[in-house]
Ligand binder design. Structure first.
Ligand code: FAD
Length: 332
């Protein structure tokens, strides 16, 4: 394999309800930085039905080129057709680096592409850099329980690939009207050849604020005592129009589902306000919320580590403080 043939930084553009997913905009920001350092181009690859108009957004957020696979066969995400399209594009144009959001789609697609190419894949990266001269991607992620940052290198294969956690990279300020090169691509693929079929899409009907998109997150820890005590977290979240977060110990105790877990093995959140109630402040929790705009911690132990990682700290019993806050915001 000659590395000389591989050029450019690519971002897989994920589409969510007809729009470019926020994580892909973040990755275009990160990708632009890598591409500039390598003095190469930044490209996006978008796959879907009716996705060509997204080029405007992709160029505005920093891409020079967009490869488009626009066909009804890509209407819903399915591993097989998406993987075949991306694989064909990769083999044709030979990018040096491909970045994907560490979302359920990104993780599924990246691992399928990596297996078929074959190449390596660094999963769940939180830091990215590139060696200017060699083009070696330096993708880092927390390891050993968050005690070290491991930088994972792919020295033998190209392209180098990484999935990157949502909310850790910064999107560029969009430049409306910025243009780029649109390349329309297709592969010969018939519906009969695809083994998976989407029979029905069942949408969640309950009105729930998504934790990774919420402006306010109220997170509770083991200090809430049990599922009954944890209801106070739900109540405060409800009156504030906030999403509910939790520490891993709470999730493992079964007080709430895993998709509410904040931290290294949960989600990374960056709300405007983050309440950490009865949470001790273990590093594995902190890495998932430390970039929140305003962190308010409530803990009865004045020496709790969470107080080293908050803007406002209230030392006291959550069972006395939360009812006061709930009452205050209910009547506000
Ligand atoms: P505790 O550490 O038990 O803290 C409870 C806190 O509540 C204490 O500080 C106590 O003072 C306070 N408290 C008690 N009663 C009250 C009261 N009445 N009022 C106010 N405060 C009170 N953790 C995560 O959260 N997210 C992760 O993604 C994650 N990933 C991990 C990955 C690995 C590989 C490992 C090893 C661990 C991971 N953990 C994660 C677990 C983490 O190390 C901690 O064990 C966990 O975060 C502790 O949860 P907690 O703060 O709810 O509980």
């Amino acid at each position: 394999m000659s590395f000389e043939d591989y050029r450019g930084v690519w971002v897989y553009i994920e589409v969510k309800e007809g729009q470019v997913a926020p994580v892909s905009l973040e990755l275009l920001g990160a990708g632009r930085r890598l591409a500039d350092k390598r003095r190469t181009e930044l490209a996006g690859v978008v796959i879907g039905e009716g996705v060509k108009p997204l080029a405007e957004t992709v160029f505005a957020y920093g891409a020079d080129t967009l490869y488009v696979y626009d066909d009804p066969i890509y209407k819903h995400y399915r591993t097989e057709p998406y993987m075949k399209a991306l694989l064909a594009c990769t083999q044709k144009y030979k990018p040096e680096i491909i970045l994907y959001g560490a979302t359920s789609t990104g993780k599924d697609l990246a691992s399928a592409v990596a297996t078929d190419l074959p190449t390596g894949l660094t999963a769940d990266s939180t830091m990215l850099d590139v060696e200017e001269d060699t083009g070696l991607l330096l993708a880092s992620r927390p390891a050993f329980g968050g005690n070290i940052m491991a930088t994972i290198l792919c020295k033998k294969y190209r392209p180098q690939m990484a999935t990157v956690r949502p909310k850790v990279m910064k999107a560029l300020f969009p430049e409306p009207g910025r243009t780029g090169t649109l390349v329309e691509e297709s592969i010969p693929l018939q519906e009969e050849e695809v083994r998976t079929k989407v029979l029905e899409i069942v949408r969640e009907t309950a009105r729930r604020v998504r934790i990774d998109e919420a402006d306010i997150v109220v997170a509770g820890g083991k200090g809430m005592g049990g599922p009954a005590g944890f209801q106070l977290i739900h109540k405060l979240a409800e009156v504030l129009g906030a999403a509910v977060g939790a520490s891993r110990d709470v999730v493992e105790a079964g007080w709430i589902g895993h998709h509410h877990q904040v931290g290294q093995t949960g989600v990374t959140v960056t709300p405007k306000i983050y309440f950490a109630v009865g949470i001790s402040g273990a590093i594995q929790h902190i890495v998932g919320m430390q970039n929140s705009g305003l962190i308010i911690a409530i803990n009865k132990d004045p020496n709790a580590a969470i107080f080293q990682n908050c803007h406002y700290g209230i030392v006291g019993d959550a069972f006395e403080i939360l009812p006061l806050l709930i009452e205050e915001y209910t009547t506000a």
